[in-house]
Design a protein around this ligand. Structure first.
Ligand code: SF4
Length: 362
């Protein structure tokens, strides 16, 4: 079984921090895009049974009802396992009862909403449109229609944000009773409006304090911190995202989408004109053994339960010298599973770089 990601790059507004593959919504362009998406999937998809399907963006919920019908006429052709996790990303501002009903009708069973913050000052700064009343209304609507697996994204470390602001956001999200929360620190990427305006990241100590505050709050609220940036209620871990972190294969369709199939990582073009001409692929990386080992270690160590050393050895004949890092308290090992303790996830990139130096091939 495999997984599949489909990218819908359209948004009604462009947020000041956004580095994703996106563009302004344009009705005619969306229609053409969906036709090409159908062709791309038809030319690559082999009919494999899918256990996760994820429609991300961009903002898939920016499409109108006819366009969503067209999108689902494409996903309806995919061979979905009866227990499939089928997620769609939405913004509260353009999600409606009719759209939620359509999602339900076509088998969507998980919704991931971008909220980011509840502070009106920060929403202005991020150039986003959320509001608390509408957020509650849409979540209630989704519940009434039968969605019982909902994620909300939170963004923290925003300029001038205080720990009190962050606690307000966390309290609000917790009051929504959602099953999953993803928390990302604001990173000012090149070529975004924030970078052009020379916005600076907050002080790294405050960023770290905010991270610890989130860990504490979420734990006290009954969430399992199962991946660096992700928290879930028992049994509601994102199956699709676990495919990435477990280094498993997936299809990727649409503008800028990536796939990992048959030891190849492919990335699609971000040029809409090339995509509409049918030139989907931008680059292809054929993975050698050391690349495969690198991804296996780097991705698995993002998770609470870490990497299975027995599996690593049986797949690649590789052992790792990790004992020194365990002595330093940067790693823990239990029943052949090597993992980074929660209080060190904040420096996981440094730990992974040091661990990779200890890789030994046999
Ligand atoms: S809604 Fe999402 S994809 Fe669209 S501009 Fe904002 S952050 Fe980017």
């Amino acid at each position: 079984m495999r997984s599949c990601y489909i990218h819908i790059p359209f948004c009604e507004k462009i947020c000041s921090y956004c580095d994703f593959c996106k563009m302004f919504y344009n009705e005619k362009l969306v229609d053409k895009y969906l036709d090409k998406l159908d062709e791309e999937i038809g030319s690559i998809y082999k009919g494999d049974e899918l256990h996760t399907l994820y429609i991300g963006g961009g903002t898939p919920s920016s499409l109108n009802l006819n366009q969503l019908e067209r999108l689902f006429s494409i996903t309806d052709k995919l061979n979905k396992n009866s227990n499939i996790e089928f997620t769609i990303e939405c913004n509260f501002s353009n999600t409606t009862k009719e759209k939620l009903e359509l999602f339900k009708k076509h088998g969507v069973n998980r919704i991931s909403f971008g909220l980011e913050t509840t502070s009106s000052k920060q929403l202005l700064f991020l150039e986003r449109d959320e509001d608390q009343e509408r957020t509650r209304e849409i979540i209630n609507e989704a519940r009434n229609i039968g969605f019982n697996n909902i994620n909300v994204d939170l963004m923290y470390a925003l300029p001038n944000e205080t720990i009190t602001d962050l606690k307000n956001d966390l309290e609000f999200i917790n009051s929504l009773n959602v099953e999953h929360v993803s928390c990302y620190s604001l990173i000012i990427e090149e070529h975004t409006k924030l970078s052009i305006n020379d916005t600076k990241n907050i002080d790294s100590e405050l960023d770290y304090d905010m991270y610890l505050e989130i860990c504490k709050f979420m734990k006290n609220s009954g969430f399992n911190h199962y991946e660096i940036s992700n928290y879930s209620k028992e049994g509601f871990e994102s199956k699709h995202n676990l495919v990435y972190w477990n280094n498993e294969e997936y299809y990727g369709f649409g503008l800028g989408a990536s796939s990992y199939l048959d030891n190849k990582r492919c990335t699609n073009t971000r040029s809409i004109s090339n995509y509409l001409k049918g030139s989907y692929l931008l680059e292809e990386e054929i993975l050698e053994k050391d690349d495969l080992v690198y991804y296996e270690i780097m991705l698995n160590l993002r998770k609470k339960d870490g990497i299975d050393l027995g599996k690593l050895y049986s797949l690649y004949n590789v052992r790792i010298k990790y004992e020194e890092l365990v002595k330093l308290g940067l790693l823990e090992c239990n029943e052949n599973k090597l993992y980074i303790p929660e209080d060190k996830w904040y420096i996981s990139n440094d730990i992974i770089i040091r661990l990779l130096e200890g890789v030994r091939y046999e």
